[in-house]
Design a protein around this ligand. Structure first.
Ligand code: COI
Length: 355
């Protein structure tokens, strides 16, 4: 479908105020946002405007009943200086899977990608050129109908904002395997990228941080035995030369970096199995010397090397040498900035072809 996306440009860009060498994730926002309204069963009025606060009624249903979902993705520049998106159609699809679980309307996938392309092309000067940095993109949808009561809202907003970001972790990280709090139970919302999943994780994450850990490693809700995922990422282990990662059983986010890493590892000739993994199995592999690597994968973090997992009284040690994870990380980064061939056709140019 062809969309008319009118653009109201900002009078004066703020990009010159940005210190590109110091941009922690989520602290700075670009000049513009893409915004679209859902009313009377239809998405209407897609547009790009200067980024500004959006008025919210105190009874907006997202604030009370949590109909709020989001995506995370990044834009890069290729060697010609063209802005490039990493697998945007996957994010469009996942947003709609989250919307479905949360009783929210589908957002047209072609409009999602068109809005992204136009926003990123317009704010391309904000894409940091430094290795490991990128323009983080945050598409999200929330219920803005003013109503008190328990049903699906009838009006929503879909917005994309953009935030330049530097590297997330610059060191190997420590995880806390959580034995009390849970992130997701079967039949819950674990595989949706729903704001509430993150809300419920905040307190356990603060507790883990107070103990000196970087993020929580979530275990299953019923037995606290099976590994699910980490605070802001999926997880992989290399045991005896082979890779394993928790299967997508409904409680695990369908990470786009996760699936890209599986593709790359297989492309490199490694065996990768998606299956149930117990925390005890990882502890035993560490003790008997077969646990070779552990790393997290996510849009914000990229690849995060794991050096230690605390679990009750145990500490599971992982080697700080992660040669395959480093290779995957480097290859992924080079594909994203167009310095290496893109064998899977992941990259999509953000062009401003006004339609
Ligand atoms: C991402 O990796 O893009 C996420 O959505 C995690 C976020 C909480 C930083």
């Amino acid at each position: 479908m062809q969309y008319n996306i009118p653009i109201t440009p900002i009078a004066q860009s703020k990009v010159h105020d940005l210190d590109f060498n110091n941009i922690p994730l989520g602290t700075t926002f670009t000049d513009h946002m893409f915004i679209c309204d859902y009313e009377d069963g239809k998405w209407i009025n897609p547009r790009i405007e200067p980024l500004r606060p959006v008025a919210t009624h105190p009874a907006a249903m997202a604030l009370h009943y949590g109909q709020a979902i989001f995506e995370g993705m990044k834009a890069y520049k290729d060697p010609n200086g063209d802005p490039m998106l990493f697998r945007p159609f996957e994010n469009a699809k996942r947003l709609n899977e989250s919307a479905d679980r949360m009783g929210m309307p589908d957002f047209p996938e072609d409009l999602f990608v068109e809005g992204l392309k136009q926003l990123v092309a317009l704010d391309a000067a904000w894409i940091p050129p430094q290795a490991g940095s990128a323009l983080y993109l945050r598409p999200f949808m929330y219920a803005d109908e003013a109503f008190i009561g328990m049903r699906a809202a009838t009006s929503y907003k879909f917005i994309i904002m953009a935030s330049p970001s530097g590297p997330y972790f610059s060191k190997h990280i420590r995880l806390w395997a959580e034995n009390h709090y849970i992130r997701a139970a079967h039949g819950g919302t674990g595989e949706a990228k729903a704001a509430g999943n993150y809300a419920a994780a905040i307190r356990p994450t603060e507790i883990a941080k107070a103990k000196g850990y970087d993020q929580v490693l979530w275990l299953d809700a019923a037995e606290h035995k099976y590994i699910q995922e980490v605070g802001t990422m999926n997880i992989f282990f290399k045991i005896d030369g082979k890779f394993i990662t928790p299967e997508l059983d409904g409680s695990v986010l369908h990470g786009i970096t996760r699936s890209s890493v599986i593709d790359l590892l297989r492309h490199f000739g490694y065996e990768v199995t998606e299956r149930r993994i117990t925390i005890d199995e990882i502890r035993d592999a560490s003790i008997n010397g077969t646990l070779e690597e552990a790393f997290g994968t996510g849009t914000a973090v990229g690849i995060a090397y794991i050096k230690e997992i605390g679990h009750g009284e145990d500490t599971i040690h992982v080697s700080e040498e992660s040669p395959v994870a480093v290779r995957v990380n480097n290859t992924l980064n080079e594909i994203k900035i167009g310095k290496e061939d893109d064998p899977f056709n992941w990259m999509v140019k953000a062009e401003r072809e006004l339609v």
